[in-house]
Ligand binder design. Structure first.
Ligand SMILES: [Mg+2]
Length: 277
């Protein structure tokens, strides 16, 4: 099957995972085939995810397990970006972390110690990421630390997290609780900031690049801040009525799914993308 005209115009692709490739543990129909088509046509593909519930090794295993063989170089996860961001500036400090074990490990990998009840001094930083194990104790510790002067970081602001039965509360919903309680605004490390996209580009090298994601406020915004074109797929966190002509950014292509984008092209090529003319 030949590639669509839009996709043909790009040399490489940075693809989001949740809502593009899978929903929870269920692959989105056609996503494995779509990646296979791109690679089979000589395109380079990297994956960039804001989901802090897993680490890089888990993503390599999960992608390979559904039929997309990858190495750790092919996957940029937000936990790695957290380590990079904190290692340059916060080694030796103490942190309160709200998040799953991979995020805690990422903070520790930066040389940051996790604050415990025995600590008399308040923590220096608070790091918040999506988790399904949220407790009031977590919110209280984070709030007390920020109110005592700790810097507040977040892995992202995605309000929701697409799962097979609908949209679950995402990292942004938890970050909002801490921000609301403290009146402080978090520094975001993942998308919509361009860090993950830039990390993927450093690994892939130069070349005309299309970012593919399922959210305007994280994937598309990160592409824009990195100066790249973006395509939005409607298999995750965005409904069709949110991106109809007139309401979406002009530099955006919209497709029903990753497979549709790769084989049929965009449903709304609102503007000729850089590679599509
Ligand atoms: Mg997503």
């Amino acid at each position: 099957m030949p590639l669509s005209e839009i996709v043909e115009g790009y040399r490489q692709f940075i693809v989001d995972l949740d809502g593009c490739v899978w929903l929870g543990s269920t692959p989105i129909p056609g996503s494995v085939e779509a990646i296979g088509c791109l690679r089979g046509s000589g395109k380079r593909v990297a994956f960039a995810t804001n989901n802090p519930r897993r680490g890089n090794r888990d993503y390599v295993r999960k992608l390979s397990g559904i039929g997309i063989p990858v190495s750790s170089e092919d996957v940029v996860g937000v936990c790695d970006a957290v380590t990079d961001a904190l290692a340059s500036s916060h080694t030796g400090s103490r942190a309160v972390v709200i998040g799953a074990p991979p995020l805690v490990e990422a903070v520790e990998a930066a040389g940051v110690r996790i604050a415990g009840p025995e600590d008399e001094e308040p923590a220096d930083i608070v790091v918040v990421g999506g988790t399904e194990e949220l407790s009031y104790d977590d919110l209280r510790s984070a709030t007390l630390a920020v109110n005592a002067g700790a810097e507040l970081f977040a892995t992202g602001r995605d309000p929701t997290y697409p799962m097979p039965d609908g949209l679950w509360p995402g990292t942004g919903a938890i970050v909002a609780a801490v921000e609301y309680a403290t009146g402080r605004s978090a520094q975001v490390i993942g998308k919509p900031e361009p860090n993950l996209i830039r990390a993927a580009l450093r690994r892939m090298g130069e070349g005309r690049t299309l970012v593919v994601g399922d959210r305007l406020d994280s994937d598309v915004a990160a592409a824009t801040s990195a100066g790249l074109d973006a395509a939005l797929v409607l298999t995750g966190g965005t409904r069709e009525d949110e991106v109809g002509p007139g309401s979406a950014p002009e530099s955006l292509a919209v497709a029903d799914s990753l497979l549709d984008l790769v084989q049929e092209g965009a449903r709304y090529p609102l503007r000729a993308l850089a590679g599509a003319s």
